[in-house]
Design a protein around this ligand. Sequence first.
Ligand SMILES: *Cc1c(COP(=O)(O)O)cnc(C)c1O
Length: 458
Amino acid sequence: MGAKTIIEPFRIKSVEPIAMTNFAQRDGFIRNVHYNTFLLRAEDVLIDLLTDSGTSAMSAEGWAAMMRGDESYAGARSWYRFRERVTEIFGFAHVVPTHQGRAAERILFSVMVQPGEVVPNNTHFDTTRANVEFRGGEALDLPCVEGQDLESDFPFKGNMDVAGLRQAIAERGVGRIPLIMITVTNNSGGGQPVSMANMREVSSIAREHGIPFYIDACRFAENSYFIQQREPGYRDKSVRDIAREMFALADGCTMSAKKDAFANIGGFLCTNDENLARKERELLILTEGFSTYGGMAGRDMEAIAVGLSEVLHEDYLAYRIASTAYVVNALDAAGVPVAKPAGGHAVYLDAKRFLPHVPSLQYPGQSLAVELYREGGIRTVEIGTVMFGLDPHTGEEHAAPKELVRMAIPRRVYTQSHMDYVVENVAAVHARREEIGGLKITEAPRYLRHFSARFERC
Ligand SMILES: *Cc1c(COP(=O)(O)O)cnc(C)c1O
């Protein structure tokens, strides 16, 4: 037997220094931004786990490809390279390029959703929900029951509740459901995977009723890898074949290239419906750009074409999923309450159990995020009552069902020693948890308040 450590399957030839700070400096920085981690300057952060979106490290091949970017306005070489790669992996007839995922969503829902219609999803990501609602539609979340239990080790906690979907179709009526979506992995549901069996079932329900089925594909490679590792019958299939099988169940997809394409910006929308594709391209020209670049530079499309191939390398995916599980297992062993099993792109601390003495309306998740920053310069984000607690229509505040702190892991950016440092600092905050109090909001807008709310200590 050889060594059992799964190493980073790359070496580093370009580095970006981290500015070291001490506790007293960080205490000042976080106080200056009213205890909101979004308002910190990035250079005052040691380990930035705010998001895995657009924060990936590109490869030597990716950077080299950028120099080959063809910046012709129409019909650039880079567009054909990009389209060929997307078609090869995703398999849909039409590819519409966009500047990021939410632009693909806006265009898709503009052509498919009418006011009063309902879009079911396992769990809508926040921009997906906002774009459905902006069209006057209802974004209906149908997560499976196992996904609600932070302790359950069910292998596919990202699944859609299939009985709930049948019920929604029966109650709302086929005519009011313009499309059904599934998000892989289930980002707002903890980065948990969706099984092929679940997608097959949803796809057949959609076909039975003549409703189009779309995949929100941001983390398609991570999801395909989980299927290979966890779902009976997939061990001997390649991740690439699993991805093809998954997309063959759908009529189209939306994609943010800022996730599983290693790019800093970019996205696309795919469909098999020629008529829809024509309408989508008409809208694209209004706000994104011509149909052969859609808001991206030629060099961005080159980077994505390379990234989409690299993300399917199984050595990379083995390392990626192992490194997330490494953090979850280490925190669990240290007695820190953490959502299990590990998902793909992030680790979720359970702030309700971490700070049981802090009531929801004193924002235990926010308070924990502040302490992680003060302790080790680690930037995270609250996913709890600050994010979801305010009803913008009534102005009333309620406790969110879960109080989580998300530590998203940028792709190929941090090493195992960075993650050891994160674990040590979370454990240090846990050791002094009893002295940590809550926060109150002094100023906040009604919509998306987590981005700009100001807090002070209770
Ligand atoms: C990030 C994300 C989006 C939106 O993509 P952007 O590129 O940030 O606009 C949509 N859905 C999911 C699941 C995401 O994670």
